[in-house]
Design a protein around this ligand. Structure first.
Ligand code: FES
Length: 185
């Protein structure tokens, strides 16, 4: 389905979504070409479109592979090494496949004082993972995060593009149950 995004928002879409298609071509489809053109039209130079295009790759595939980086480098007339250097600088870009639900628990100062370590522990225990590991069914990856900018609502948890605030260990089961079912493939 083509979304025909307005250029003004083409580079600012949520880039961590549960719905994704790991095999979809980046720019080989009509939608991909439209996204590329819409994003490029917002910037004075091709190089300036690098971050939004990395975001698009992650939105589509759930992570950014070296193949994605090479394609992006080609359309932006950059070297793959340059694209990698930028992608590797930002933790928000996944350089490895991630679970469909990426759970980021803030353990920075406000959240830490309000019990974040217990919340993190609970997410890890209930998903049966260690930090950064993805469940076998591909549903969850749990990560410890730096300040999510919601310090007044500690503990803050970001799951894909949604924020959960005032999270306590007791709420973890309910949050996990509200997410979708096992990977179907
Ligand atoms: S310290 Fe957790 S959101 Fe800022």
């Amino acid at each position: 389905m083509s979304r025909r995004l307005h250029p003004a928002v083409a580079g600012a879409q949520p880039f961590q979504l549960a719905e994704r298609d790991p095999d979809a071509p980046l720019f080989g489809s009509e939608e991909g070409r439209e996204r590329l053109e819409a994003i490029l039209s917002r910037y004075p130079t091709r190089r300036a479109a690098l971050l939004p295009l990395l975001g698009y790759a992650q939105e589509l595939h759930g992570w950014i592979s070296t193949g994605d980086m090479e394609e992006i480098a080609e359309v932006l007339e950059l070297t793959p090494a340059y694209v990698w250097s930028v992608a590797s600088f930002y933790t928000m870009y996944n350089k490895h496949p991630a679970g469909r639900h990426m759970i980021q628990v803030c353990t920075n100062i406000s959240c830490h004082l309000n019990g974040a370590p217990r919340v993190l522990e609970e997410f890890l225990e209930q998903t049966g993972t260690v930090e950064g590991e993805t469940t076998e069914d591909g549903r969850f990856t749990v990560l410890e995060a730096e300040c999510l900018g919601a310090c007044g609502f500690a503990t803050a948890v970001q799951i894909n593009d949604a924020y959960h605030e005032n999270v306590t260990p007791e709420k973890v089961a309910e949050i996990l149950a509200s997410l979708d079912g096992p990977e179907s493939s």
